[in-house]
Each structure stands twice: as C-alpha cells, then as structure tokens.
Design a protein around this ligand. Structure first.
Ligand code: ATP
Ligand code: MG
Length: 320
C-alpha cells in the first residue's frame, strides 16, 4: 500500500501535476491513499485562513484530476489520531535522531524563533506513514531521510513493545517530468516560489498560461534542440510538451523549427491538459456541500484504517 502527500504551501502547479498528481490518478491501487499535508504547512510562519483555503483547494484539485475520492483525505481531519501517534513516536525517537535531519539543519539555519515543529515534523511524517500501515512511500531525494526515520521508529517500536507497525520503505517515484521554473530553469517549479512569473498554476486562466509560456527564458539559439545541460530553458519546454503529448522531448524538438512555434505548441498543450482539471476543480469549489461530503468520507475511511494501530500502540506503550 502506497501513501503520498502534497503540502498546501501554495497553489498546485504544473510540476505537481505532471510529476505526481497525474500519476496518482492513473495508477493508484484501491488501498493507496493521498493526503493534503496541511499540518506540515505550519512548521514556519503561516496564515490560518489562507492555509484552510489552500487545503480545500488542493483537495478539490486531487479529486478533479481523477483520483478516486475515497483515496484522498486532509491530514488535519486526523489531527487527533496523528497527534497521539506522533507523541508515541516522539517517545520512541531520540533527540539526536531528529536533530540529524538534513532538512531541519537547512531550514532552521540562522532563523530566529524556529518552531519546535520544524524539528519534530519528520516524526509527524512517520505517524502519517505508520498510522496507515503504508509499505511504500514515494518521495523525492529530499525526503528519503525522513522515510528512513519512519523505518527506524517502526522497527524500534515493534522490537521494544510489540508488533504493530508495517516497516515502510521509500520508493523512487515512477519516472515523471521534472518541471523547471519558466523564468529560471536552474530551479525546479515550486508552488511556494514567491515570483509567480515562472510558475504555471493549475488554476491559471488559459491566457495567463499562454503569457507565462511565451515569456519563458530560453537562450540565443533559434531552433529547438534537446540539450538539457546546455539549453535548460528549451529542454524544459520540450519536456513539458513531451509529458503533455506522450512523446519524447527529442521527437517534439523535431516537430518545431523555431522557439516561437515551440512555445505556441507548449502553451496550447498545457492549456488543454489542464483545462478539464481546472474546470472540474472550479465546479467542486463552487459546491462546498459536495466537497464537504468528499472530505468527510475520506477522513472517516483513513481514520478507520489506522484506528487499530493507534489503539494497539497506546496499549502496548502503557497508556490507556
Ligand atoms: P514546495 O515549494 O512547498 O516544496 P512543491 O511544488 O515542491 O512545493 P511538494 O508539496 O513539495 O510541492 O510536492 C508534491 C509532489 O509534487 C511531490 O511528489 C513532488 O515530487 C512533486 N513535484 C513538486 N514539484 C515538481 C516539479 N517541478 N516537477 C515534478 N514534480 C514535482
Ligand atoms: Mg517541494
């Protein structure tokens, strides 16, 4: 069983769709779960109302993209279960183990008033994984150390108190496009990037998408060629077009003789790929009752799935 999450740290963007969400919709199994990691979006300064809105929007996006509604839930709807399990796991984790996390060192560096949750969120992530009994966790390089921690905690708990948790492993996500920022191809497209000019959001209107793609940074050549190292901007456009049309970047390079023509083709392909997702998301957001039903059902199913693990863990550790 696989578990994947997306943090509502901003509006979902094209990279999230081509690199993750579309695959989640296409190939998930009945038992797989996808969640909106809103509790993880509170480890640095955040705006409560904005976070609530982004969590609802991201839920709508996942369902609109075609992930069956019963496989999706919002993390904070399981705040009580996850809070309890996080505590149990914090009592299984050493301070040194948490402090070793590279992400913590990178993000906390030099910051004043670092939230304690920035240190402990890998333990919450372990709770996300272990509560659901996930065996496989698709994560990028930057999160693999956290899955290692979840593995270590599962083993330690099982060995010390009794067998409760499935020992998870990190899996390399299936080859998906790695989309780069349109204004700065040196960095990946991210929903939390401040400057939105290089980021195509899933809910952007078609004209805005076309404008952003027309302004994408390329280079001084004129004819498209797929050379990711030397011409990263054009390579990014070719990869995006390839991902939207199920072709290879080299094939799409051959079909377009100028950068201008390529950009037009990329813009149209992206607009058409995102259109159904955008329209369906807007419908769902306009129907809060329906979205509320989806959310409640997903939360109930996820909570029920994890219930026996949480109660066994509490009992074995000497509580309740
Ligand atoms: P943040 O800036 O908050 O880290 P993000 O856009 O990187 O946001 P995440 O919530 O970290 O999004 O990741 C959600 C999923 O989207 C993950 O599976 C991640 O690998 C994938 N993903 C994120 N950005 C890209 C991208 N540019 N190309 C391909 N996949 C991406
Ligand atoms: Mg990210």
């Amino acid at each position: 069983m696989r578990l994947s999450g997306i943090t509502p740290s901003g509006h979902a963007q094209l990279g999230n769709y081509l690199g993750a969400i579309s695959a989640w919709a296409a190939e998930g199994g009945d038992e797989d779960l996808y969640f909106i990691a809103d509790l993880h979006a509170m480890t640095t300064t955040h705006n409560p109302a904005k976070l609530r809105g982004l969590a609802a929007e991201t839920l709508a996006v996942l369902v609109a993209a075609g992930i069956p509604a019963e496989r999706v839930f919002v993390q904070s709807d399981l705040a009580r279960e996850l809070g309890a399990l996080t505590w149990i796991l914090e009592c299984t984790c050493s301070y040194g183990e948490a402090a070793r996390m590279i992400q913590f060192k990178e993000k906390a560096g030099g910051q004043a008033g670092v939230r304690l949750s920035l240190l402990t969120y890998p333990v919450l992530m372990a709770a996300d994984i272990l509560l659901q009994g996930a065996s496989e966790v698709p994560v990028g390089e930057d999160q693999s150390q956290h899955v290692e921690l979840a593995r270590a905690l599962a083993r330690r708990f099982n060995g010390t108190y009794g067998e409760v948790f499935t020992v998870p492993r990190a899996v390399v996500p299936l080859a998906g496009a790695r989309v780069r920022d349109l204004s700065d191809p040196a960095r990946k497209m991210s929903k939390s990037t401040r400057d939105a000019a290089g980021v195509v959001f899933l809910l952007d209107e078609p004209d805005l998408i076309r404008r952003k793609i027309r302004r994408a940074v390329t280079d001084t050549h004129t004819r498209p060629e797929y050379l990711p190292e030397d011409r990263p901007g054009v390579a990014n456009l070719l990869e995006i077009l390839a991902a939207c049309t199920s072709a290879t970047p080299r094939e799409v390079a051959e079909r377009h003789s100028t950068y201008g023509a390529l950009k037009e083709a990329v813009a149209e392909a992206v607009v058409e790929t995102l259109r159904p997702v955008r329209e369906r998301t807007r419908e769902l957001l306009a129907d809060p009752a329906e979205l509320g039903r989806v959310r409640k059902a997903g939360a109930a199913r996820a909570a029920e799935r994890g219930e026996h693990r949480l109660s066994s863990a509490l009992r074995l550790i000497g509580a309740g």
